[in-house]
Design a protein around this ligand. Structure first.
Ligand SMILES: Cc1cc2nc3c(=O)[nH]c(=O)nc-3n(C[C@H](O)[C@H](O)[C@H](O)COP(=O)(O)OP(=O)(O)OC[C@H]3O[C@@H](n4cnc5c(N)ncnc54)[C@H](O)[C@@H]3O)c2cc1C
Length: 211
């Protein structure tokens, strides 16, 4: 991180924690000479980060060729409101990683990756639902990125104009945290009425704020 290097973080645990908070990553790559950036679910097992989808996906087919890719995730944590327009910002945590994806062929690793995706969406869900069958497994491509280089960048705290001449202005300044929360579950139209909400969902709703 060259621009504002004090915001750079490089510890693996910090980078992995930010990735684990992110359901979605943006994968950038070059397709037929043109830049492309695709949002997709990500899941991590150990040091491996997985993406998955239909075997028909252009993104997955191109990434499986092993061309260099860039994976980025971002969390916006709050608004940073300064006295001047110039100093307005947001608090955030982001990760940018570079590497090459490769197809995962080992059946056990593929199943573990699919479990990780399901558990990432909702912890405890994997054991509540039907596991993937042979046809579904065949239709699913799973790729893991071999990360060559990764960095995190973090901004936190109040606006930067405290202690400057602007602090004398009569304008409120400070931070407004951004909180993401789950709402009330809406049953699938075909759900039989006697089926209760699953235990995993009960646990989710007991602390619905997403951190
Ligand atoms: C939510 C959010 C909003 C932002 N808004 C703005 C904005 O409005 N204007 C603006 O100029 N910048 C913004 N940034 C910062 C932006 O992501 C870049 O860090 C910044 O623009 C510097 O770009 P650069 O190409 O000069 O980076 P450099 O410091 O030259 O990048 C060198 C390398 O550092 C790493 N790196 C750079 N930025 C990040 C990052 N954010 N996370 C992880 N690794 C990184 C990458 O590996 C990159 O290749 C924002 C970041 C976030 C997360």
């Amino acid at each position: 991180v060259r621009r504002n290097p004090k915001k750079g973080r490089y510890e693996r645990a910090r980078i992995e924690a930010i990735l684990d908070r992110s359901l979605v990553g943006h994968v950038a790559f070059v397709a037929a000479g043109e830049p492309v950036c695709m949002p997709t679910l990500i899941a991590r097992v150990g040091h491996r980060i997985y993406v998955h989808g239909s075997t028909a996906s252009r993104m997955l087919r191109l990434l499986a060729q092993g061309n260099l890719a860039c994976l980025a995730v971002t969390h916006t944590e709050g608004l940073v409101l300064a006295r001047s327009a110039f100093e307005h910002s947001v608090n955030y945590e982001s990760v940018v990683a570079f590497g090459r994806f490769a197809a995962v062929d080992d059946p056990d690793e593929r199943l573990a990756a699919l479990e990780a995706f399901t558990e990432k969406i909702l912890p405890g869900r994997w054991r509540e639902v039907r596991p993937p069958n042979r046809k579904e497994l065949k239709a699913t491509a799973i790729l893991a990125i071999d990360v060559d280089e990764a960095s995190a960048k973090v901004r936190s705290g109040p606006p930067d104009d405290d202690g400057t001449a602007d602090a004398a202005l009569d304008v409120w300044a400070g931070e407004v945290p951004l909180v993401t929360s789950f709402g009330t579950p809406l049953a699938a139209p075909g759900l039989r009425p006697e089926i209760p909400v699953s235990a995993s969902i009960e646990r989710l709703l007991a602390s619905p704020v997403r951190v």
